[in-house]
Design a binder for this molecule. Structure first.
Ligand SMILES: Nc1ncnc2c1ncn2[C@@H]1O[C@H](COP(=O)(O)OP(=O)(O)OP(=O)(O)O)[C@@H](O)[C@H]1O
Ligand SMILES: Nc1ncnc2c1ncn2[C@@H]1O[C@H](COP(=O)(O)OP(=O)(O)OP(=O)(O)O)[C@@H](O)[C@H]1O
Length: 541
């Protein structure tokens, strides 16, 4: 179905090729997971499948890419639309109409699908992706996850033979991600669709993958069954890491595989529970932000209802909840520039909503979901220099923070030409340079590989240890497990849970990290905890 024959690709002016001598032959009816660190070329590989690379990116492509026997060089991408459905990393950028229903119908209209078939497929897709109640909504008013579901729905409707999804679950809550993947699997199994998914949260996809395409970082692509490739891979989900730590063969691909080993692992850990979380009551820590009865509404739609929330210095708090539950709305209301219908927010004595932008920024920083909007200079070096200057940091501070998350980005690179993860790392580095008293982050781990996430988690931790307070809205349960002291949960605008991380997430079907699912009912959170406990025991015996 998809063939790459001796394919190499150079971006204009790039020193090294993004793809090098790639040889791939993917049959119909397979789900292929494309994995590799941030910036290794996953999006480039996906773009080559439908000809967007090099047609819209520029650059030199050597060799031949073909889909169903047709070379992508011979025909423009529009002509491949019936064959290849593509969902990019930024759903909003891909929308061509105004409302959900129009967007779902658009691709079919282009292919002149008869109206009665169109109606039926729109209905089916609304149901399949759980977005029926959004059908008349304007696309730009949807939450991030709602937009992502509509973007995926809009390619489902044409029943393409090849489906290319670039980080399709990055804005989805864990339950929504499972639902969307189940729908994708149905296409693979029932219609023989070939699916390529690039995804950093491998824990969400690996167990369904027939094949892995691994990009080690030198432009080449290694390809094979997951069991064969995983041992050599630099990126792997927590269950695989757990398998490595515990010495299991073959490595587990899913929680289910790993649970078979749970009794022996428990025996090896005997006597050792997971380390206690941060002290439950920390009244001694000073209050950094206090919100009282904060409500947000859009017209008649109440998005946040009378939320009370106190953030303390030294604390990293995760804000979780289903897509559309009000997380982004709450963050913007706390920061002050979003609509706040009622309630009171105080950082120290000040209401950040009433301050000028300069002053507000020193108190409360916010990294929005579409973080790239914050970048406007011509080079990475200029962005970093400005960040240092604005926060009177020693020169090089921002660049140093960036290198800890995404090393090796050229100084002269234009922010526009960075990979998604690299761009996000840059925005995060800029915000961390400013060391605001309260840092609000909206889904900050999209596009970050496991190492980058670990580095980012450490930086967030550092900010908190230095007396800052951090609130992170996120669906990334593994990031929460390793980084957050405390978790608050929103459900349809109401704050429904608030407590230490292990207490809130371990027993939850949706929010439990993989290690907790393997070792429940004991509240283990991370592979690192297990690694440390095993090492301690070995020393003891
Ligand atoms: N238009 C461009 N011009 C020059 N270099 C580019 C361009 N687009 C991407 N690159 C570079 O090519 C490399 C591969 O980028 P790509 O977006 O394919 O990575 P990725 O693996 O998808 O990353 P991520 O996981 O962050 O999405 C990166 O180093 C990036 O900086
Ligand atoms: N401008 C608007 N007009 C109408 N409704 C809106 C508007 N903006 C947001 N909403 C709705 O308010 C609710 C809360 O949205 P919000 O973006 O805060 O959710 P979220 O929890 O951040 O979601 P996600 O996890 O998908 O990012 C959603 O149902 C959304 O559709």
């Amino acid at each position: 179905m998809i063939d790459f024959e001796a394919v190499s690709f150079h971006y204009p002016d790039a020193a090294a090729p993004a793809l090098r001598d790639v040889e791939l032959h993917l049959p119909e009816g397979e789900l292929c997971l494309v994995a590799g660190r941030t910036g290794v070329g996953k999006s480039t590989l996906l773009g080559a499948v439908n000809g967007l690379v090099p047609r819209f990116t520029g650059g030199r492509l050597a060799g031949r890419v073909s889909v169903a026997g047709q070379s992508t060089a011979d025909r423009p991408p529009q002509e491949f639309a019936a064959l290849v459905g593509v969902v990019g990393q930024d759903p909003l950028a891909g929308f061509v109409t105004d409302t959900v229903e129009e967007e779902l119908a658009y691709a079919m209209e282009q292919l002149a699908v008869p109206p009665e078939v169109m109606r039926k497929r729109v209905e089916e897709t609304l149901d399949l992706l759980g977005i029926a109640e959004l059908r008349h909504r304007a696309l730009r008013t949807l939450s991030g996850g709602q937009q992502q579901r509509v973007a995926i729905g809009s390619v489902f409707t044409t029943l393409p033979q090849v489906l290319v999804l670039d980080e399709p679950t990055s804005a989805l809550d864990p339950t929504a991600a499972e639902e969307v993947l189940a729908a994708v699997l149905r296409l693979v199994h029932d219609l023989g669709t070939t699916v390529l998914i690039a995804e950093h949260r491998m824990e969400r996809v690996l167990q369904y993958a027939d094949r892995l395409l691994y990009l080690p970082g030198d432009g080449t692509v290694r390809e094979g069954p997951p069991q064969e490739l995983l041992p050599e891979m630099e990126v792997a989900p927590p269950v695989v890491e757990l398998g490595r730590v515990a010495g299991w063969h073959p490595l587990p691909l899913s929680v289910r595989d790993a649970r078979r080993h749970a009794p022996t692992l428990r025996r090896r850990l005997a006597g050792q529970g997971p380390p206690a979380g941060p002290a439950q009551a920390t009244p001694a820590r000073p209050v950094a932000l206090r919100a009282e009865r904060v409500s947000v509404a859009y017209g008649r739609k109440v998005a946040v209802r009378e939320v009370d929330l106190t953030l303390r210095a030294g604390e990293v708090t995760a804000l979780m909840g289903r897509n559309g539950s009000g997380k982004s709305s709450l963050l913007w209301a706390l920061q002050g520039s979003g609509p706040r219908r009622a309630g009171r927010v105080r950082v120290g004595e000040a209401d950040p909503g009433a301050l000028g932008p300069e002053e507000a920024r020193r108190l409360v920083g916010l990294v929005p979901q579409n973080a790239a909007d914050l970048l406007y200079l011509q080079t990475v070096a200029a962005e970093c220099a400005q960040a240092d200057a604005e926060s009177a940091a020693e020169p090089g501070r921002c660049r140093g923070l960036l290198d800890r998350m995404a090393p090796g980005i050229p100084e002269a690179a234009h922010p526009r030409d960075l990979s998604e993860g690299q761009r996000l790392a840059l925005v995060l580095a800029i915000q961390l340079t400013a060391t605001p008293e309260v840092l609000l982050l909206d889904e900050p781990t999209r596009g970050l590989d496991y190492d980058a996430k670990r580095a980012f988690g450490a930086l967030v931790r550092q900010l908190a240890d230095d007396g800052g307070s951090v609130l992170v809205a996120t669906h990334d349960v593994e990031f929460v497990a390793s980084t957050a002291d405390r978790v608050v949960v929103l459900a349809d605008g109401d704050l429904v849970a608030d407590g230490p991380t292990a207490d809130v997430v371990c027993a939850s079907p949706a929010f439990a990290p993989q290690v907790a699912k393997v070792l429940r009912p004991e509240p283990w959170l991370t592979v690192d905890q297990v690694r440390t406990a095993l090492a301690t025991r070995e020393v003891a015996t």
